[in-house]
Design a binder for this molecule. Structure first.
Ligand code: GDP
Ligand code: MG
Length: 682
């Protein structure tokens, strides 16, 4: 019986995420199978500005829109809430796509899959750019698989705002809470869209209450539904007291009418709306002092006289401060409520300049960008999506990659606009750029104009006493996405079809790693085989599938193995003495230590020292002690897997003069092993 040791695949957090991971990978795998391989990258690139087609000609003048008119947003949702359907409608109404799919409302499995396939491609491109009423919107795809928590966080970094989509019959669901928390952490202003208002069981009030309770936030009801479930016809705009009704005969929901609510025709709805508007005004006034002054002064007698624009501006401020969240509703599938959602995105979510990115001050207008997605195009090589935070990006510009500590050149700069990639001469801060030519840039890398610029920015950061960054080296301080990549959970060997194809396989794996930092590749030192390490069984399967599909290599995978870790369960004490004479030198060391589980996960053993251990002795031997403890944890006693989450406290140390540090290290290592070794029969 094993009493003191335990094998585990990964720490608890990762175990629970593993299941979600598999579930999401399933989705990815399903869509991968449906995707036609050539489609995602088969878009046209316009060549010279003069040759740009008619429909995008008008854009040339607004390649770089004023920063106040830019919105970088993401859509987050629990699976099946309607993220894909809503996104598809958004792209259609904004003119990004020209048809709403040729399938009948997408409510059969095949229709759904066809749509998913069509949209899946669009979304695969990481960011799509479209214009809505004079605003430039970059819709950025956040990875659906929340289990790659850190990857999702990296993506959240490039968003200035987000739309949370809910199923109005289900309210807040598990995954919504997770992404909501992450958005909280990154302080991303949000608006909520209660989708599926047409569905049986849809309840506006229930969904609103669940947002209030489960997300612990204050919903601002900007709309009320007209009808619910089968009777859902449209929405009331509470701010302007207008009703928005969609033409029931319209196929695509493009036509809707906006009419003021009148006492004559809609007495009940008008009364409800007036009450809702008054409640909204009071709620906003509670949260925003400037608005409170206005309301209490000029309009205290009659809220009806308060202009809609004043209320909208205040709602914008409150959304930005994240003290409350605007709530809208509709049915993406039935083409209702999406245009007002687009209006709300431009009206209430912030522009890049309204976000407070503290590092901007260090760059003083020099280029600073984050690579948030890498895609591989057979002809053009890696296409890197970048969020530009400061400065300007141009084709033929040499840029410095802080993570990779290398300098490379952007050959072309593109804008993923509508269904074309437009070649552009420059792009300024706040925008999303697609670059060609960067071969060494991976997802999550920070790009600046030069090494000197990075050093200057680091100095400024230091000069401003950035306490929390102290102790890190200069480069680390400037990394925008300086997040740790999760440890792989599964691994297996991968072999090319023939030895001659090994370089091709190496190339494919290098490209895939650039796109997906959670994929690790290593060489087995004993067999010389290539080993793939991933986040789950399906993650590895997808990689295998992509190598075949995208790189034309039929590879063979070895049996899948779990990357186990071992740990101890209880605290244990152990003593060991090493007494050896080498030549005429006696090496004698006695160690007493205690090993116990750590409270927070730690890959390396945490070494602490009891007060009784002499400081002088420690000074000379600390390094040897720690390396001994570390090497003892490389292979655990149960399966030979690494031991982690262990804290070692050195209680006593006696060293005979002349004992070498190697011997001290060996003694500590043996003693740690003794402590962590499972005892039988206890
Ligand atoms: P995602 O997983 O969040 O991307 O959700 P999808 O957009 O793929 O939608 C999941 C399912 O919900 C599909 O069967 C859609 O047809 C359906 N759906 C999406 N929006 C609505 C809606 O507004 N009303 C109803 N009744 N069904 C919807
Ligand atoms: Mg979807």
């Amino acid at each position: 019986m094993l009493s003191n040791s335990r094998i585990f695949a990964v720490n608890h957090k990762k175990i629970s995420s593993l299941n979600i991971n598999n579930m999401c990978c399933c989705k990815i795998r399903a869509s991968l199978k449906r995707l036609k391989p050539h489609l995602p990258l088969g878009r046209n690139y316009s060549s010279l500005p003069g040759l740009i087609g008619n429909d995008i000609k008008s854009l040339r003048s607004i390649i770089n829109p004023p920063i106040a008119k830019i919105r970088n947003i993401g859509i987050m949702a629990h699976i099946d809430a309607g993220k894909t359907t809503t996104t598809e409608r958004i792209l259609y109404y904004s003119g990004y796509t020209r048809s709403l799919g040729d399938v009948d409302d997408g409510d059969t499995v095949t229709d759904f899959m066809a749509q998913e396939r069509e949209r899946g491609i669009t979304i695969q491109s990481a960011a799509v750019t479209f214009d809505w009423k004079g605003y430039r919107v970059n819709l950025i795809d956040t990875p659906g698989h929340v289990d790659f928590t850190l990857e999702v966080e990296r993506c959240l970094r490039v968003l200035d705002g987000a739309v949370a989509v809910f199923d109005a019959s289900a309210g807040v669901e598990a995954q919504t809470r997770t992404v909501w928390r992450q958005a909280d952490k990154h302080k991303i202003p949000r608006i909520c869209f209660l989708n599926k208002m047409d569905k049986t069981g849809a309840s506006f009030n229930y969904a609103v209450e669940s947002i209030r309770e489960k997300l612990n936030t204050k919903p601002l009801l900007l709309q009320l539904p007209i009808g619910e479930a089968k009777t859902f016809q449209g929405v009331v705009d509470v701010v302007s007291k207008e009703k928005l009704l969609w033409n029931p005969n319209s196929d695509d929901g493009k036509d809707f009418e906006r009419k003021p609510l009148l006492e004559m025709s809609d007495p009940k709805l008008l009364k409800e709306t007036t009450e809702a508007r008054n409640a909204l005004i009071e709620q906003v006034a509670d949260l925003d002092d400037e608005f409170a002054d206005l309301v209490l002064g000029e309009f205290s007698e009659n809220f009806d006289l308060l202009p809609a624009e004043k209320l909208q501006t205040a709602i914008h401020r409150v959304t930005l401060a994240q003290t409350a969240v605007p709530v809208l509703c509709g049915s993406a599938l039935k083409n209702k409520g999406v245009q007002p959602l687009l209006d709300a995105i431009t009206m209430y979510l912030p522009s890049p300049e309204e976000r407070n990115y503290e590092f901007l001050q260090w760059y003083k207008g020099d280029l600073c960008a984050l690579a948030f997605k890498v895609l591989h195009d057979k002809q053009r090589g890696p296409l890197v999506f970048m969020r530009i935070y400061s400065g300007t990006m141009k084709p033929q510009l040499a840029v410095h990659n802080i993570n990779g500590n290398c300098t490379e050149r952007i050959s072309r700069l593109l804008l993923p606009f509508a269904d074309q990639h437009i070649e552009i001469p420059s792009l300024t801060a706040g925008n999303i750029a697609l670059t060609v030519g960067l071969k060494h840039t991976a997802t999550g890398d920070t790009i600046v104009s030069s090494k000197a610029s990075a050093v200057a920015a680091a100095r400024r950061a230091e000069g401003q006493g950035e306490e929390k960054h102290r102790g890190n080296n200069e480069a680390e301080r400037l990394l925008l996405a300086g997040v740790e990549i999760p440890e792989p959970v599964f691994f297996c060997t991968i072999e090319p079809p023939s030895v001659a194809k090994q370089p091709d396989l190496d190339h494919a794996l290098k490209c895939l790693q650039c796109e997906d930092p959670s994929l690790k590749v290593r060489l087995d030192p004993d067999s010389g085989q290539t080993v793939l390490c991933g986040m789950g069984e399906l993650h590895i399967e997808i990689i295998h599938d992509r190598i075949k599909r995208e790189y034309g290599l039929e590879t063979y995978l070895g049996p899948l193995q779990v990357a186990y870790r071992e740990t101890i369960l209880n605290s244990v004490r152990a003593t060991d003495t090493l007494d050896r004479t080498l030549g005429d030198k006696r090496h004698l060391v006695t160690v007493e230590l205690e090993a116990k589980p750590t409270e927070t996960p730690s890959v390396r053993p945490v070494v602490e020292y009891a007060g009784s251990v002499s400081a002088d002795l420690l000074k000379a031997s600390q390094e040897a002690i720690e390396s001994g403890a570390h090497s003892a944890c490389l292979q655990g006693p149960l399966l030979g897997s690494p031991v982690q989450d262990v804290a070692i406290t050195l209680r006593s140390l006696i060293i005979h003069p002349g004992t070498s540090t190697t011997m001290i290290s060996a003694c500590v290592s043996r003693c740690v092993q003794k402590a962590t070794w499972p005892r039988r029969g206890l």
